[in-house]
Design a protein around this ligand. Structure first.
Ligand SMILES: Cc1cc2nc3c(=O)[nH]c(=O)nc-3n(C[C@H](O)[C@H](O)[C@H](O)COP(=O)(O)O)c2cc1C
Length: 392
């Protein structure tokens, strides 16, 4: 069930309806009165393949007196775009139109995709309502930053129909057809460990969550996915091929073996820059007053891959800290001859290493795309939107 409300972004609901109907969903659309000022019923009817419903009491297709109860038995209710007005009424339990009445009667998961002017989005009342709905289990697909219909810049743009579609497919356990279908994707994830002796090691705080989220999203979008996992303790899914490694050298060897069966390489693992010299000869070091460890650089995996391979798109990750961090990431893009680099600010504790959320800037030779703070799953989908666009 797709609810469309009175935002200027309502026209984008036509594209979303087309994607959903195209994927084989039995889609019905409810359009609010204000929504019908922005998008034509006939466009939505053509895209969804069914007449559009608007009236709670009316003679349209929902004239059946208990239509809202029937409609509420959907598998999923998505409201895209969702206005500040509709969000407020949902939070307050007001049911003065067909969409809101259906929402209150619904027992299925509900997803809202807000779209509005950024001052409206940041208004304490709207933010309060969003938090309230989030606590009640409603899935909120946050708006994106950019130039808004009113000409101002800020966050408030409806998430892209493709992203909303991917979120819906993921929620319903379906694959997203098309955009990575048939492509072989290799993702590195986690943090390598460099031994100090037989039992101790040097490593980093990477949990592998971002890499695993990218792998899962790529798999849903139809790719054949291999993950080279460095010390990742997260759960695994049967339709992904996992290769476990411990050290940077092992990761390099696996990549060199896989190099001619990769179309897209995403290097999300945090690979040690240094290893301890001469560990082969040591058993377990005994406690002494002082031990000097000599650290020597590991070889740079991406640069070592060269160009004589099948890889069509190379994506690196740059975890940077301190001043001019984004410039350092940009230099890595050129030095390592990558097509794209994902810059991560690791000076923050709320995103990146170990966190469930991330905020990144995707840097390509032509442009920077900022992906505001969101779950690593959503972030993965946004990154893959750009990857799919670039490989096409
Ligand atoms: C040109 C124009 C654009 C609008 N765009 C938005 C919008 O993007 N988001 C929003 O929350 N409200 C927007 N509004 C206000 C809503 O249309 C208004 O609050 C309406 O009552 C929403 O009704 P509904 O939630 O039942 O669809 C806009 C109004 C106008 C006149």
């Amino acid at each position: 069930m797709l609810g469309v409300t009175g935002s200027i972004a309502a026209v984008k609901a036509v594209e979303l309806a087309r994607l959903l109907a195209g994927a084989g969903h039995n889609l019905r659309v409810i359009l609010t009165g204000a929504g019908s000022r922005f998008v034509g019923e006939s466009s939505l009817a053509a895209a969804s393949g069914h007449p559009v419903m608007s009236l709670l009491f009316g003679d349209g297709p929902a004239a059946d007196s208990f239509a809202h109860i029937e409609l509420a038995r959907a598998d999923l209710l998505v409201i895209a775009p969702a206005t500040a007005n509709t969000i407020g009424k949902m939070a307050a339990g007001i049911a003065d139109n067909l969409l809101l009445t259906t929402y209150l009667a619904a027992s299925c998961p509900v997803m809202i995709c807000p779209a509005m002017n950024h001052y409206m989005w940041h208004h304490p009342a709207v933010q309060h309502n969003i938090r309230l709905l989030d606590r009640r289990g409603i899935i909120v697909v946050p708006p994106e930053p950019g130039v808004l219909a009113c000409g101002e810049t800020g966050d408030g743009r409806l998430a892209s129909p493709q992203e909303i579609f991917c979120r819906i497919q993921a929620l319903l356990g379906e694959k997203v057809p098309g955009d990575l279908e048939g492509l072989r994707v290799l993702v590195t994830a986690g943090g390598t460990r460099e031994p100090i002796d037989a039992v101790r090691f040097i490593s980093n705080r990477s949990s592998g969550k971002m890499g695993f989220a990218i792998a899962a999203a790529a798999c849903r979008r139809g790719a054949e996915v291999t993950v080279v996992a460095a010390n990742v303790g997260l759960s695994r899914q049967p339709d992904i091929n996992y290769i476990d490694v411990t050290t940077a050298a092992e990761m390099r060897d696996v990549l060199n073996r896989q190099i001619d069966r990769i179309d897209i390489l995403l290097m999300a693992a945090a690979v040690s820059d240094y290893k301890v010299s001469g560990t082969e000869t040591k058993g377990k070091l005994q406690r002494e007053d002082k031990i000097d460890l000599q650290l020597i650089p590991t070889s740079d995996i991406v640069s070592g891959l060269g160009t004589d391979n099948t890889i069509g798109l190379k994506v690196g990750f740059a975890a940077e800290y301190g001043e001019e961090e984004i410039e350092r990431a940009r230099r890595k893009l050129n030095q390592k001859k990558l097509d794209m680099i994902i810059f991560n600010d690791i000076s923050r504790h709320d995103i990146g290493f170990e966190a469930d959320e991330n905020e990144v800037t995707v840097i390509t030779g032509e442009r920077d795309v900022f992906i505001s703070k969101r779950s690593k799953e959503e972030c993965a989908n946004r990154i893959l939107d750009l990857v799919a666009e670039a490989i096409r």
